[in-house]
Write a new protein. Structure first.
Length: 257
């Protein structure tokens, strides 16, 4: 995306002044060779990390000064998401890490590097968790640039852009804002992320309410929990469970979050 290895002004590596209506740039795009199946690429798993050595100092792009946040706590923003791909694959990101378009990462103008965020596409309610380790995008109205595989997960590759909600996640994997309240049901948990994603899509088609995949690391093993909720307070949890069983064959259990 953009290499920021010092606090000085820098020239971006990609043309960020021209709006192409959301389509990827002519010299960028999807990989030439077939990569991993995006469904099999799990969400980034939030964990405690030190700040990156690079990319957290104030910087300037095209005469505008940006001041990275000291904390992501409480961050929530709605705007356009775009993506970047093969042109930057293997190059250094602003944090000094190597950009891998097959990993669940993203670029943001001011969030601390690294930060974990949940990105929800507003028109489909699909959501993913990515790790922010780069700076950008710098076109007005665009708030986050997703890696190629993250964009595939959200269905953005052909569209080029979509309106999203971006919410910061704390180190325990819970969204800092807005906080969901009410009862939750765990439909199942899986070792394989593609199995969790398949169940999530089945449940979403039944319009049973919000469905999330929550990565949960236990003794070094990552499980992917399929969570339904929150359930409205005026709904009977037991009745809701029976409805889910009848419509999907899944027997969820109530969990405390």
């Amino acid at each position: 995306m953009v290499s920021i290895l010092t606090a000085c002004s820098f020239l971006p590596e990609r043309p960020v002044t021209e709006d192409r209506g959301g389509a990827y740039y002519q010299d960028d795009g999807p990989p030439v060779e077939k990569g991993p199946d995006p469904i099999k690429v799990p969400d980034a798993v939030p964990r405690e990390e030190p700040r990156s050595r690079y990319g957290n100092a104030p910087y300037t792009v095209f005469g505008k000064r940006y001041y990275p946040l000291r904390s992501a706590m409480g961050y929530r923003e709605v705007g356009e998401a775009t993506w970047y791909g093969k042109k930057f694959h293997g190059r250094k990101t602003s944090s000094g890490e190597i950009y891998d378009m097959y990993k669940m990462t993203a670029a943001h103008k001011t969030l601390p590097l690294p930060t974990y965020v949940r990105v929800r596409r507003l028109d489909t309610d699909e959501s993913i968790v990515v790790r922010v380790n780069d700076r950008g995008p710098f076109l007005r109205g665009r708030i986050i640039d997703l890696s190629y595989v993250a964009a595939r997960r959200l269905g953005l590759v052909a569209l080029g852009k979509a309106k999203v909600e971006v919410v910061a996640i704390d180190i325990f994997g819970q969204q800092s804002l807005p906080k969901k309240t009410g009862s939750f049901l765990e439909a199942a948990r899986f070792r394989l992320p593609e199995n969790a994603e398949n169940l999530r899509r089945r449940l979403l088609k039944k319009e049973l309410g919000p469905v999330d995949i929550i990565p949960d690391e236990t003794e070094g093993i990552v499980y992917y929990r399929v969570r339904i909720g929150p359930i409205e307070k005026d709904q009977s949890v037991d009745r809701y469970i029976l409805r889910i069983q009848a419509e999907t064959g899944v027997a969820p259990r109530k969990v405390s979050e």
